[in-house]
Design a protein. Structure first.
Length: 200
């Protein structure tokens, strides 16, 4: 009789452990910290009020075409910043900030994205070459974006340029890495918008 009770108790105990382990499996890791780039800077330059421009989504290799924040321990390897992510795919964020910067400049007749229905004079084609923390260079934030100005009327590339900026990481923690990337990106945006306004 006693043996039967012990067996029943064992069965109940095993059942309870199964339920508890099942509950443990439902516990999720906390969501990663989500970061956005700051507002687009105010940019001054040549006035081209009669021109309307289209800002296409930048192209990027797969490593940069995501919500992940890139860290390069060496020139030939990359990792992603732990427990952190961008608020959207990086190319979408860059496109949005470029649109804002041109709008804030007040120097063009119109600026939009594909599908906005503008009568376009120039296409701004960009590619993100680097948007990362270089850990092997004393922790530097590096942003590099190439740009082409395409005349939408005849398909001729009016001008092309590569814009690059690097800023040291100050402070510690993930937020410090993102802030340094934000500062480098702001320099690139200022230079790119001023350059574009001088050529359209």
């Amino acid at each position: 009789m006693g043996a039967g009770v012990n067996a029943s108790g064992l069965i109940i105990a095993v059942a309870m452990l199964s339920v508890l382990s099942g509950c443990a499996g439902l516990v999720k890791d906390p969501p990663p910290d989500t970061y956005a780039l700051s507002s687009a800077p105010e940019v001054t330059g040549e006035r081209s009020r009669s021109r309307q421009i289209l800002i296409n989504e930048p192209t990027a290799l797969k490593a940069l075409d995501s919500e992940q924040i890139v860290i390069r321990p060496t020139s030939s390897s990359l990792q992603y910043l732990a427990n952190s992510q961008w608020s959207d795919r990086l190319p979408k964020i860059v496109q949005d900030k470029l649109v804002q910067a041109f709008e804030n400049s007040g120097r063009v007749g119109g600026v939009g994205r594909p599908g906005d229905g503008l009568a376009i004079d120039f296409n701004i084609l960009t590619a993100i070459r680097a948007f990362e923390i270089k850990a092997d260079a004393g922790e530097q934030a590096v942003v590099e974006i190439s740009a082409k100005i395409l005349n939408d009327r005849n398909g001729v590339v009016v001008a092309s340029q590569v814009f690059r900026a690097s800023t040291p990481v100050t402070g510690s923690g993930n937020a410090a890495y993102v802030q340094s990337l934000d500062r480098a990106f702001e320099v690139v945006v200022r230079d790119m918008v001023s350059w574009t306004l001088s050529r359209i």
